[in-house]
Ligand binder design. Structure first.
Ligand code: PMP
Length: 364
């Protein structure tokens, strides 16, 4: 065996060797509707102002403790009084911080992370890389939580972490409030419920204000879907004593100075971003109604900035959309409940219309 092959098999864990990389397709030249980004930029005068702020950023020093940004997040984004936030390089990093903090290396039984499936792919990946066991509990066919199965799995596996995306990706729905409350209660002091509210700017429903009711709750969010996916910033909040444990696992300087400056600036102009989210919500509802009228297309209700649709043959439609230079996400192989499903980010009226025309031409 060649030296490198030998080296890798001697050093890199077998499960890592057997795993594929997180695939980011090259979208150049495509209408990019695959990653739930906000299609709108900040208005030009604000971008000019931001440019001047970034020019003043101190690049030769490590970034300072991010107290100013944390205070701005707490003030602007509805974190309850007395609660702090922990910041991550995207919420992806926060998920792996939680997994690293809760994995129990060297103990007879691995700690368990549990989540409904299908869900956000980084959740099982983070469990795996941290050395936690991942237990997925299938959603019902209407994408609601199968509460009998959830509660049975919680009783059986005693998970340290239960991840619930609220709304869920890729299904777009909000789980029922009382189901979530029952899960938090069932976990008690043996497990932490993590509500991943990445799509909160669109759903506008949140457990953040309810943190003081539940000491075993973490609420996680990101600025990615709000129009700042490029700066990579996620935040999470929890009871201060619990958050302090995760803070120990956070890599130092994980939020760089350019991100800090840009985020502070964007939060000063949060109304602009919120208005864009409102625009996307209206565009989503309009597009959903249009798509639902197409023969053979099922549109699932969404509270996020994307739509999940079912077509007769998603592989064929996906390929035809690509030929029309439209990039969406084919979810068909992710889980049986997503058979023939495509996920589409909601975009500008122009791009939504191009997508609609391309889909119409692709389903005949
Ligand atoms: N959580 C959910 C449910 C998501 O869908 C995504 C993005 N696809 C993320 C977290 C990741 O967010 P970030 O860009 O902050 O890493």
């Amino acid at each position: 065996m060649a030296f490198l092959d030998q080296l890798i098999s001697n050093t890199v864990r077998a499960d890592v060797r057997a795993t594929g990389s997180y695939h980011v397709p090259d979208a150049s030249g495509y209408i990019k509707l695959d990653a739930m980004e906000n299609p709108y930029l900040l208005p030009q005068p604000l971008r000019d102002e931001l440019g001047a702020r970034l020019a003043g950023a101190v690049l030769n020093r490590y970034p300072p403790a991010y107290d100013t940004l944390k205070a701005a997040i707490c003030r602007t984004l509805g974190v309850p009084a007395g609660y702090d936030v922990l910041l991550g390089n995207g919420s992806d990093e926060l998920i792996s911080i939680l997994a690293m903090a809760c994995a129990r290396q060297g103990e007879a039984r691995r700690a368990v992370m549990l989540a409904p499936v299908p869900g956000f792919v980084m959740v099982p990946r983070s469990a795996q890389f941290a050395g936690m066991e991942f237990v997925g509990v299938p959603l019902r066919s209407d994408f609601s939580l199968d509460m009998d199965a959830m509660l049975a799995a919680i009783a059986e596996h005693r998970p340290s972490l239960v991840f619930l995306a609220y709304p869920n990706n890729p299904t777009g729905n909000l789980f029922a409030t009382d189901d979530i409350e029952r899960i938090i209660a069932a976990l008690g002091d043996t497990g932490i419920a993590v509500l991943d509210e990445a799509y909160e700017p669109f759903a506008q429903q949140s457990f953040m204000p309810r943190l003081p009711e539940f000491d075993n709750l973490v609420v996680m969010r990101t600025v990615s879907k709000l129009g700042l996916a490029g700066i990579r910033l996620g935040y999470m909040s929890a009871a201060p004593a619990l958050l302090a444990q995760f803070e120990k696992v956070r890599p130092p300087y994980n939020v760089n100075i350019l991100t800090q400056v840009a985020a502070e600036f964007a939060l000063e102009h949060i109304a602009v971003l919120n208005a864009q989210a409102d625009l996307l919500n209206s565009a989503r509802d309009a597009l959903a109604a249009q798509l639902a009228a197409l023969p053979g297309v099922t549109v699932f209700a969404s509270k996020a900035n994307f739509l999940l649709i079912r077509v007769a043959d998603s592989d064929e439609v996906y390929a035809k959309l690509l030929a029309h230079r439209v990039l969406v996400k084919n979810m068909s192989k992710m889980h049986a409940v997503l058979a023939n499903c495509l996920r589409i980010s909601v975009s500008t009226p122009e791009e939504n219309a191009l997508f609609y025309d391309a889909l119409k031409a692709s389903i005949v």
